[in-house]
Design a protein around this ligand. Structure first.
Ligand code: 26M
Length: 818
């Protein structure tokens, strides 16, 4: 079916017709935005048929379905990806070219749906792509935030947050489904009633409620005619506020419900790895979780009459603790609406929910004050209280007289609801996201739970979709790979191993470096247009792009740049190959240290880039508004991938994998998935430095780290740190970077992330990079070997492991003859 729909002639005709019916324009008068919309309508036509066919197949065959519950889906642009997965990208590009249009320019008209912060949200998007491609029935469930991740502007070196009104022109690939709306209730109180059979029941009274309205987005599988669905829930007031209700006497209620609906889905909290503890956030969580579970149960009941069979047909995967209220909401529905007994409801729940942990950072662990929980979700709270009561009994039975265990493990403790504990007690599977991370969970963070429920714990090392991050983002390399090993890699990334044969081949090396150079030219053009900076495309592109966080240590990177600059100034003939240090990072709006680090990077850039005495040996570029669409271009152009988190802090990382797949060489610590990348690619093709996770954890336990020693004993470190406060990079305000200086040397937890401890080792590894790049053949060989060994890091592999070990989904084939 997909083969001829995008026949060039038919497609062009259809685009022209859409322009006419939508805008009364032809190609000569239409804007690129209008052409983009017209193209999307043509594409949507194709999708609709296949989408319907998929849903009909699901309805007929009743495959087990995973509901991936996530507060975030960082989808990135849809058009290019959909065309690629429909195997229509080249045809459409050619068709547009015939019309005198560049497909890239048309793709650039699409806003990035940025309904996520960073790694966790992008992982959810990669997972959906893999689920559809592998032929599984999946439903992503999230929130249709009016405003996604803010747009970042850099003004005078400072980050400014600008609202992201991604729905401004209407989003062409969403489908509003008001017929599948559900009511979600907040507040009020619980009353006990006795029904006609003398059975006690619990009824929520005097609540405020809103409608949850689903909007479906298509998740197009790669060349398999299967289209899964991402549901994002919008909130609407039950009745539009009117004077009528004033007469009825519930004026106040109508106003409150309208306000609630309006605020609920207004904005994504822009915090990554940090909880804010805001009541509205808990409302958001309950809102989308309740609607999603109601939908899943209603669908199940259409074809099944025994709720005890639910675990055979449904699994809810909780993306971190954010949707953990699902445990209690599922219990509530089974108890109160479906009138099951506690033990039956618990049996179902504990076989339907599973939990993924994405972080061990203490400040990211969700704990809600009981007071808020009880007031906002009175019935749900009662249920959590009962789950906790029963669990505490279980702990007491297992460890009689051991109060310490209860203190450490209870769900309710110290006036708080500990969401991770609820997820672990109810979930039948608990997984970490990289080997090292899972080991740390088992041995340290969740040790007591692992001791009690060893069989629940498992590892699922993260992955990324090669279709977007190689197929779409790096078309030149994708073609090169296909020329060498065929196109099977689109659905089986392990075939990249066959590239190993080319690693030593001088011609292949030259081709590879030529492609890298072209991608650097493309990025240089983007940088020139967006930053006004000229970069040397023959220099080493050394890149760190990710959210800004102290544990990710962008500060280590920029301090090292300051150090290098000192070295060059003191010794102008020093052997340094030209290098462009590229940064991209958004800081959470209220995270002062992170924002100061951005300002420091920009000020260092200003000084170094304008110092002609260093002959352009090093340059620093901060790319504004790092997001999925420019990320694709950045990975393709990178030579060096900076993955320099303090060992033990980065659960996995996924950017690291995207760089590797694009033939950048990693400069990193043995943290997260870097460890497994090292195992795959071998010590010769990766630059590892710094303390091990064990060493870091040891120092943290013993509290014996003193950064002042490094400052006192290493004159070059001392000089760099002093430059933070002597006006070198802030001539007008010497105090500007005092907070960064103090954070490294004088604060209570000075240098919490061991920057000074790792500095020398990092500088040495950087020196190795400098030398290695000058041997072009060795570099090309290592880079090719990185691509060759990236196969493991496909999200297809990750998803297959989830399916085999946790979800047990049925594979579905969509007949395309219909
Ligand atoms: C919590 C409360 C309020 C507002 C925001 C949050 C919140 C949002 C996102 C907390 C954590 C969030 O994301 C955590 C995250 O992205 N973790 C990353 O997950 C990736 C996928 O598994 C890993 O690769 C990264 O190592 C990990 O940091």
């Amino acid at each position: 079916m997909r083969d001829n729909v995008f026949n060039k002639k038919v497609f062009i005709k259809s685009v022209k017709e859409n322009l006419m019916t939508q805008y009364r324009k032809d190609l000569s008068t239409a804007s690129n935005q209008e052409i983009f919309q017209a193209v999307c309508i043509s594409v949507k036509d194709v999708i609709m048929d296949e989408w319907l066919a998929t849903q009909q197949t699901f309805a007929r065959e009743q495959p087990k379905t995973v509901y991936y519950l996530s507060m975030e889906f960082l989808m990135g642009r849809a058009l290019g990806n959909i065309l690629l997965n429909l195997s229509a990208y080249d045809e459409v590009a050619e068709a547009l070219q015939e019309l005198g249009l560049d497909i890239n320019a048309i793709e650039d008209e699409e806003p990035d749906p940025a309904l996520g912060n960073g790694g966790l949200g992008r992982l959810a998007a990669c997972f959906l792509d893999s689920l559809a491609t592998l032929g599984y029935a999946a439903c992503g469930c999230g929130i249709r935030y009016r405003y996604g991740m803010f747009k970042q502007q850099i003004i005078d070196g400072f980050q400014i947050e600008v609202p992201d009104n991604w729905l401004e022109h209407g989003y062409p690939f969403e489908l509003r489904r008001p017929e599948y709306r559900y009511e979600v209730k907040f507040g009020g109180h619980v009353e006990q009633e006795v029904d006609e059979n003398g059975k006690l029941s619990f009824v929520q009274k005097d609540y405020r409620s809103v409608w949850a309205i689903p909007h479906d987005m298509p998740i197009v599988g790669y060349k398999n005619n299967l289209i899964d669905t991402l549901i994002i829930w919008d909130a609407e007031a039950k009745e539009v506020f009117s004077l009528d209700s004033f007469d009825k006497g519930d004026y106040q209620k109508a106003v409150e419900e309208e306000m609630l609906a309006r605020n609920l889905v207004d904005v994504l909290y822009p915090n990554d790895n940090h909880v804010a503890g805001k009541e509205l956030r808990l409302k958001q969580q309950y809102f989308f979780v309740s609607a999603s579970i109601q939908r899943a149960i209603e669908r199940f009941k259409q074809k099944n009459d025994n709720l005890m069979d639910m675990p055979k047909k449904i699994v809810f995967q909780m993306n971190d603790t954010h949707p953990t209220v699902a445990v209690a909401e599922l219990m509530r529905i089974l108890l109160d609406d479906e009138h099951l007994e506690w033990d039956e409801a618990w049996e179902i729940t504990t076989h339907c929910v599973a939990y993924t942990n994405h972080t061990i950072m203490a400040e990211a662990l969700e704990k809600w004050p009981i007071e808020i929980f009880e007031r906002l979700l009175p019935r749900v709270y009662q249920i959590i209280d009962e789950i906790n009561r029963r669990f505490v009994l279980e702990v007491q039975a297992r460890y009689p007289g051991n109060d310490e265990k209860i203190r450490k493990m209870a769900i309710l403790y110290d006036g708080q609801v500990r969401m991770a504990h609820l997820a672990i007690v109810a979930g039948y599977s608990i997984n970490g996201v990289a080997k090292l991370h899972t080991e740390i969970l088992k041995k340290q963070e969740l040790r007591d739970f692992y001791e009690m429920f060893p069989d629940k714990f498992n590892n699922k090392t993260n992955g990324i979709t090669q279709r977007r991050f190689l197929g779409h983002g790096n078309r030149l390399l994708a073609k090169w790979v296909t020329d060498k090993v065929g196109d099977k890699w689109y659905t089986d990334l392990s075939v990249l191993k066959e590239l190993t044969d080319y690693a030593d081949n001088p011609k292949a090396q030259e081709e590879f470096m030529e492609i890298k150079h072209k991608n650097k030219v493309r990025l240089a053009k983007y940088i020139k247009e967006h930053n006004g900076i000229d970069v040397d495309t023959n220099s080493i592109f050394d890149v760190q792009v990710k959210r800004l966080h102290e544990y990710k240590r962008q500060l280590l990177n920029i301090l090292h740049v300051m150090y290098l600059y000192n070295v060059i100034k003191e010794n102008p003939d020093v052997d340094i190959y030209p290098r462009t240090f590229i940064f991209g990072a958004k800081a959470a709006a209220g995270y002062e240290t992170a924002k100061k680090t951005i300002k420091l990077i920009n000020n260092v850039a200003e000084v170094i880039n304008n110092d002609s005495s260093i002959n352009g040996k090093i340059k620093v570029v901060f790319i504004e508004d790092y997001k999925v669409s420019n990320a694709e271009m950045i990975f393709a152009a990178a030579d060096v991938s900076e993955q320099i988190s303090t060992a033990s802090k980065e659960a996995s990382g996924t950017g690291n994998m995207k760089f590797m797949l694009n033939g950048a060489i990693t400069l990193g610590t043995l943290d997260g998935a870097n460890v497994e990348m090292y195992d795959e690619v071998g010590a010769d093709n990766i630059f590892i430095f710094g303390m091990s996770a064990d060493e870091v954890i040891e120092h943290e336990k013993r509290h014996d780290y003193n950064p002042i020693d490094y400052y006192n004993n290493d004159p070059q470190i001392k000089k760099v740190l002093n430059q933070l406060i002597d006006g070198t990079y802030s001539a007008n305000d010497r105090e500007l970077f005092r907070t960064l200086y103090n954070a490294l040397l004088h604060d209570k937890e000075a240098d919490k992330y061991f920057i000074l401890a790792d500095f020398r080792s990092y500088a040495k590894a950087q020196q190795k990079v400098n030398r290695y790049y000058q041997d072009k053949n060795s570099w090309a060989k290592s880079a090719i070997l990185n691509v060759a060994n990236a196969g493991k890091f496909s999200s297809d592999r990750t998803i297959q492991e989830y399916v085999d070990d946790i979800w047990h989904l049925d594979k579905v084939k969509i007949d395309n003859t219909g």
